[in-house]
Design a protein around this ligand. Structure first.
Ligand SMILES: [Zn+2]
Ligand SMILES: [Zn+2]
Length: 339
């Protein structure tokens, strides 16, 4: 079978590899049907993810069909449509023991620390496999994982319908978070540098869009909040500057939720956190959010299709990456298909 393999930084090939074998009773053999191309896949390709190891089959936003299973598998049948939770944890460490397995001390994220799913077949243990309705099309199903990121962000931010949120960044993840916020019924201000993205945000229910390339973000936010700032700021733009701005624009007693992997330090004064007694929280991957998010999809509470701008065959992944990198303005979510 074919697999998208990053052999080393900047060196990506479609390799011929054996179909994986089921080794344990709870293993499931999956025919991969669709996969979302994520910024983090592209970072691994460019060698920008410090924790990734090579060679690596990338891909962690995956949907597929059950084609084989071990004797210990319950609740699934051959032919079922499924999605894969990419969080592989040890069950024994401190974070696992307190119910935070997504930051397991021995975390293996699919497609980062262990081979991912941009290949024709993959074997996963039952606990990472979740059944979905056959009414959800394959392209949409590939977006269930990014929506679990949204669900995790909202959980970390303890967002309720009474909150006003300032969301920085209207890229694919930002727009998933926006849809999650609107699903709860909270108010959302959103900023981005691209007018097209802000148009999408508006059509998904954003209460206020701010073009950070033209408008003074701080001024607009303070105007809209009577000079107080926003109870919840979510930084999905993930630059040093947006992190600093997030701290400045949070209201006293507010929460700041950050998603970035930038390793260089931001300039943030202790006073800005302490004087407002802010909660600054990181959010990573998802903590058992798949069952809830699958219900969002089953009940059509979110519109994943609205995020998909392009579909490529997985063997054309280099074209897909070029599309994402060189036609940034007109590209939102890219989905790879495997048939
Ligand atoms: Zn992703
Ligand atoms: Zn663990």
């Amino acid at each position: 079978m074919k697999a998208v393999t990053v052999i080393s930084s900047e060196n990506l090939e479609i390799c011929e590899v054996p179909i994986p074998e089921m080794k344990n009773d709870d293993d499931i053999l999956i025919k991969v049907k669709s996969g979302g191309l994520c910024g983090s896949d592209i970072h691994i390709y460019h060698g920008h993810n410090k924790s990734a190891t090579y060679p690596r089959i990338i891909g962690h936003e995956l949907a597929g069909e059950v084609v084989g299973m071990g004797e210990g598998v319950t609740n699934l049948s051959i032919g079922d449509h499924i999605v894969i939770d990419p969080v592989i944890s040890c069950s024994n460490c401190y974070p696992c023991s307190v119910g935070r397995h997504n930051v397991c001390s021995n975390l293996k994220a699919l497609g980062v620390h262990t081979d991912g799913g941009f290949r024709e077949y993959i074997v996963m243990p039952q606990k990472n496999v979740h059944k979905i309705s056959k009414d959800i099309c394959w392209e949409e199903a590939a977006l269930i994982e990014p929506f679990t990121i949204s669900s995790q962000v909202l959980s970390r931010g303890e967002v309720t319908e009474k909150d006003t949120i300032f969301l920085m960044g209207a890229g694919p993840i930002g727009l998933c978070i926006l849809q999650g916020i609107k699903r709860i019924g909270a108010k959302c201000f959103i900023s981005d540098l691209l007018a097209q993205r802000l148009e999408m945000a508006k059509s998904m229910g954003a209460d206020l869009t701010i073009n950070a390339s033209k408008q003074d973000v701080k001024k607009v936010i303070l105007e809209k909040t009577g000079g107080v700032g926003v109870p919840v700021v979510i930084d999905a733009a993930c630059t040093n500057e947006t992190f600093e701005e997030a701290i400045r624009l949070a209201a006293p007693a507010g929460r700041v939720v950050i998603l970035g992997f930038e390793s260089s330090p931001s300039r943030i004064a202790q006073f800005d956190i302490v004087s407002k007694e802010l909660d600054v929280r990181g959010t990573r991957l998802n903590n058992h959010r798949f069952p809830a998010v699958i219900q969002w999809f089953n009940k059509k509470e979110v519109d994943a299709k609205a995020l998909i701008s392009h579909v490529f065959h997985f063997t054309d992944i280099k074209k897909a990456i070029e599309q994402a990198e060189y036609n940034h303005d007109e590209t939102c979510k890219i989905v790879l298909k495997f048939d």
